[in-house]
Design a protein around this ligand. Structure first.
Ligand code: 0WD
Length: 261
């Protein structure tokens, strides 16, 4: 089944083949979408270009979301090469490693600003840059995590950034709703990636989910890709301003079984 035939999507946040955005791009491609990518800088350029070639030969634009100039150039490039977009995937986060362990109250002012800028404000900045190239009825989605509303030890400032991101999703949904543009968040369970491995004791999170989640397993980027296809497709035509959990049900547990039970 091709749910995204005739649709064009811009995918952010591909760093390598383990990135969640890579799973989303694969699923979008399998459903017939035309893809464009951004990459942060030279460090990930080759990986992103390789994936773009593999998944239909779309363009990969250099764009650091911290740069207004780069965002302005991106909008012009997308308009020239693609015309309009039907989907925008925000899969970007950054937090200094020292802020992903220990006490939240030791977070520096600059570490806080950086985390909020790259992990949350960037959704506002990308939307503002691309608002004229988004088609009416387009779908915008951002990746979030349970640590936004619940305490997840060591996730710390990343969780605080995700709280801001989820709130931004709701306000953007209101702003863009008059054009039929939908904005949602996907709250993914833990997946081992370059970013998540920066969180202290990340592997223990995987073990906990595997034992406690209703489905008794961890999730994959392909699981996230499936939900992203649904959100980008017309099947989710009246779904907006919401957070969709793709976490094998872990978020719904109020008490956890003892290990081995
Ligand atoms: O367990 C996980 N992996 C979860 C991740 C659970 C729930 C949510 N998420 C979220 C993350 O917080 C993030 O928002 O999913 C999103 C994607 O994260 P990922 O796939 O886990 O991580 P990764 O493969 O590292 O991709 C994030 C990428 C960066 O990767 P690197 O490793 O190069 O820092 O975000 C991009 C970059 O490619 N990125 C930027 N892109 C443009 N401009 C910037 C920037 N300034 N900073 C980071």
């Amino acid at each position: 089944m091709s749910l995204l035939e005739g649709k064009t999507a811009l995918i952010t946040g591909v760093a390598n083949r383990w990135s969640i955005a890579t799973g989303i791009a694969r699923a979008f491609h399998a459903h017939g979408a035309r893809l464009a990518f951004i990459y942060q800088g030279e460090r990930v350029k080759d990986e992103v270009e390789k994936l773009a070639t593999e998944l239909g030969g779309g363009k990969a634009y250099a764009c650091d979301v911290a740069s207004e100039e780069a965002l302005g150039a991106l909008a012009a490039d997308v308009a020239r090469d693609y015309g309009r977009l039907d989907a925008l995937v925000h899969s970007i986060a950054f937090v200094n490693k020292e802020d992903l362990a220990g006490k939240v109250y030791t977070t520096s002012r600059s570490g806080f600003s950086l985390a909020l800028d790259i992990s949350a404000f960037s959704l506002i900045a990308l939307t503002n840059a691309l608002v004229e190239v988004l088609n009416d009825g387009a779908s915008v989605m951002a990746l979030t995590y349970l640590g936004s509303t619940q305490i997840v030890p060591n996730y710390n400032i990343a969780g605080i950034s995700k709280a801001a991101l989820e709130s931004i999703v709701r306000y953007l949904a209101y702003d863009l709703g008059e054009r039929g543009i939908r904005v949602n968040a996907i709250s993914a369970g833990p997946i081992s990636t370059a970013s998540s491995r920066q969180v202290k004791d990340f592997k223990q999170m995987l073990t906990k989910v595997e034992h406690a989640a209703p489905l008794r397993r961890n999730i994959t980027a392909a699981d996230v890709g499936n939900t992203a296809v649904y959100l980008a497709s017309d099947l989710s035509s009246a779904i907006t301003a919401d957070v969709h959990f793709v976490d094998a049900g872990y978020h719904a547990m109020g008490m956890y079984p003892s290990p081995g039970a």
